[in-house]
Design a protein around this ligand. Sequence first.
Ligand SMILES: Nc1nc2c(ncn2[C@@H]2O[C@H](COP(=O)(O)OP(=O)(O)OP(=O)(O)O)[C@@H](O)[C@H]2O)c(=O)[nH]1
Ligand SMILES: [Zn+2]
Length: 263
Amino acid sequence: MRGKKHDATCGDQVEFFPVAIDQGVIETILPRTTLFYRCNSFREKLIAANVTQLVYVLAAEPSFNLELLDRCLIAAQYQKIRPLIVLNKTDLDKSTQKAAQYLQLYQKLDYPVLAISAKKNAQPLIPYLLNHTSLFAGQSGMGKSTLLNEIIPKARQSTAEISTALDSGRHTTTHTRLFHLNEVSHIIDSPGFQEFGLQQMDLAALAWGFIEFRTFLGKCQFRNCRHFNEPRCALQEAMRNGSIESRRMASYQRLAESLDSRA
Ligand SMILES: Nc1nc2c(ncn2[C@@H]2O[C@H](COP(=O)(O)OP(=O)(O)OP(=O)(O)O)[C@@H](O)[C@H]2O)c(=O)[nH]1
Ligand SMILES: [Zn+2]
């Protein structure tokens, strides 16, 4: 980028001025259709632009954090990005069964869920990727890069070049990169994350992001109810009678509390 502002991100379409055979200066970032990003009290981290689908990859091993899944689904919905949850490593039979149970709630909420083993056969994922710019996201070690390499074998070499090998010899993605599956289908692989802030959102948008909350929103005694311990809170009531899982309520409340810590 010319000047100080470096806000171009993977997936952006830009106009650039060539300065060498393989280098150019970005002059303009074209308008984005979507922007997937996270945001904590200190900074905004852009992850990818113009994405049409979030492919959230998780697996039973290493252990996964459902709160991160909740947060990414909300960030995607906020930008009108289609979600797809991929449960990878189904070859690990026993632990996968338990993970699949956790995902039943998401299926009930109409999130598409695909169970797959990148090691055995990644092909069932391909139809979901056609005509989309898909962002592969999730915690580290869930198999995002393995899936990518199975689907686009040419990606293997270029990821090996820019990924850092940890002491164990394990490769981990350090850069977000876009690969072409065909002319109209693209995959963006991104580094795993351990936290995902949503401080760009307000409380009402957060609550709306939890799909099962929606039928109860607007029915609390207080119009500005935060759904913590207020009297006659319709959401707390729904949780007591089992319509809302306590884990999802806790996930919402931690997000709501993080808004309070905003500078
Ligand atoms: N058993 C099993 N192992 C898998 C499968 N897919 C990936 N793995 C293994 O899981 C480990 C992590 O895979 P990666 O593809 O590097 O994971 P990642 O999500 O890209 O991780 P980061 O780059 O750190 O974000 C590797 O050792 C893979 O071989 C699978 O379907 N089954
Ligand atoms: Zn309430």
